[in-house]
Design a protein around this ligand. Structure first.
Ligand code: GAP
Length: 516
């Protein structure tokens, strides 16, 4: 556990040191849970967005994109349920004056039982080696069974309290399980209260009267309210989807874990409109497609899992999360929800405008059902950095920090390094960059020893380094060095474009995602 915490700290400082993520307003001591992306971070982030956008709009003929405004008519948030129900249950510790989400405190307690079970299993696996039968161990070992039972009892009680929106019961669970404040160590808790997460501001000058407007807490509503605009102008036939990438804002109570939970963040959401009755079939399809999208990146299939929801929102008839194993445990990166006709019907009611589709095959009109896939760009960014960060011990006793980023997402694809700063080698390097820069993000570096330059590129995840030496002007060849294996190969300059394209093209990732 301590090792994982240590790893997380290292990732956070690596992000700062190498221009991926900076705390916002740092010279003014920062602003809680708001971050800026640096020169490498913005490239990685843009590549993630491109990977998502193209996988939606290129691979699916029936998915198109939009870009709706952040400010929207305030009644939209009444219709969506955010004004009345976009709340988190919060609880304060009277001694430390720290505020927590009551549900998170209880989830952490559940995770403690899981940790205990995992430790028993790991211990036994080490002891018995190849002869270890995990299934039998888990179903018979007394301490594992005891912790499993404790976990299930707490889980059932917690799920029921959430479903019934029973705030007193949430507090009682915290009291009964003797959960302490991590800062003060005491159990001196306030009542549990609901706290609305939307940021509000005012639009218009005071002379004209102002209107309270919200910073959108999700991008999805911009899609719902444009459903008919897109359907009619694009002559879309159901089933079809609308995709959008954009900023969202939430006044999170517990904003921690770096860019995992932010107050200003970015979402990539897609609403897929289907015939009523066909939604669960589409839910299953999108669940599978989205998992393939994640796994195609090659960070390891074991790092992802589904987490089906116990507590379904009142409008949903199925929901799952795709979780990634972050240094602080498996955490949600993406949500996939079958939202029925809740949003469109509610907008129909509040706006007084029909939100229906005439289905020529069925010869009738209906409010479509919706499958939503919703992923946070920043969480995706964190999952990729966590899955790529590696401290490798080398044969010569030295170590290196290398980001084993999926090549297609790497901020810089190619570093071009003249061995020395003279003898026409820098000019040759510039020539190569000039030939490749239209297709790939290239970086020129002539400072320090070649070894140090390799380390700098490893640290930002550059998949290829190309070295120009004194033979290059004669034989038109360069040495290409591969980030992960550190293998070096002499290749002709003419081959570079093809070698790099083969590894960095998103096409190879897309081919792994089956879309029907
Ligand atoms: N329209 C559905 C929706 O917004 P959500 O589960 O609240 O669902 C979807 O959010 C995704 O947005 C999450 O899976 C997560 O990746 C990201 N997300 C949500 N809140 C976030 C926050 N405070 N900071 C960073 N990412 C967040």
């Amino acid at each position: 556990m301590a090792q994982q915490e240590d790893l997380f700290k290292k990732i956070v400082s690596h992000c700062k040191e190498y221009g991926f993520v900076f705390p916002s307003s740092e010279i003014y001591d920062g602003l809680g849970a708001v971050y800026d992306y640096g020169q490498n971070g913005v490239e990685l982030k843009n590549n993630i967005k491109k990977y998502w956008w193209d996988s939606m709009t290129l691979l699916n003929e029936n998915v198109v994109g939009i870009d709706s405004a952040i400010f929207m008519h305030p009644t939209i948030w009444k219709a969506s349920g955010h004004v009345d129900a976009f709340n988190d249950p919060l609880i304060d510790n009277k001694d430390s004056k720290k505020r927590y989400r009551a549900d998170v405190l209880i989830e952490e307690q559940i995770a403690k039982y899981e940790d205990k079970i995992n430790k028993e299993v790991e211990k036994a696996a080490k002891k018995f080696g190849d002869a270890f039968d995990r299934e039998q161990f888990v179903s018979t070992h007394p301490r594992v069974l005891e912790n499993q039972a404790k976990k299930e009892i707490l889980h059932t009680r917690f799920a029921q309290a959430l479903n019934e929106n029973n705030l007193e019961e949430l507090r009682q669970i915290i009291v009964d399980y003797e959960i302490v404040c991590p800062v003060s160590g005491t159990r001196n808790w306030t009542e549990v209260r609901q706290f609305n997460l939307m940021f509000a501001t005012e639009m218009g000058s005071t002379a004209d009267g102002t209107m309270k407007v919200y910073l959108r807490p999700e991008t999805a509503q911009g899609i719902f309210v444009n459903f008919l605009n897109v359907q009619k102008t694009g002559r879309m036939k159901i089933p079809f989807g609308i995709a959008q990438i954009g900023k969202a804002f939430r006044n999170e109570i517990v904003a921690r874990q770096f860019i995992f939970r932010m107050r200003e963040f970015e979402q990539m959401e897609m609403q897929f409109f289907v015939r009523p009755g066909e939604e669960l079939e589409w839910f299953a399809k999108w669940k599978e497609i989205r998992m393939k999208w994640h796994q195609a990146l090659g960070l390891g299939k074991h790092k992802y899992r589904y987490h089906d929801h116990d507590k379904l929102a009142h409008y949903a008839n199925a929901a799952t999360d795709i979780e990634f194993e972050m240094p602080f445990g498996f955490k949600e990166v993406e949500g996939i929800h079958s939202r029925t006709d809740f949003d469109l019907s509610s907008h129909e009611k509040y706006s007084g405008k029909k939100m229906q589709y005439f289905d020529p095959e069925l010869n009738k009109s209906y409010v479509p059902y919706v499958i939503e896939t919703s992923i946070g760009v920043d969480r995706m960014f964190l999952s990729i950095l966590s899955g790529s960060y590696d401290e490798e011990m080398l044969e010569n006793g030295e170590s290196r920090v290398v980001l084993r980023l999926p090549a297609a997402l790497a901020p810089v694809k190619l570093a071009v390094l003249p061995l020395v700063k003279k003898d026409g080698l820098p000019e040759k390097a510039e020539e190569i960059i000039h030939a490749l820069k239209f297709d790939f993000n290239c970086q020129y570096d002539e400072k320090d020893s070649i070894g140090k330059r390799y380390r700098r590129q490893d640290a930002i995840g550059t998949p290829f380094c190309v070295t120009i030496d004194h033979d290059t002007p004669v034989d038109h060849c360069v040495t290409i060095r591969y980030r992960d294996s550190m293998q070096q190969e002499r290749v002709s300059i003419d081959q570079l474009h093809a070698i790099i394209t083969d590894k960095v093209s998103m096409k190879n990732l897309f081919k792994q995602i089956v879309v029907q």
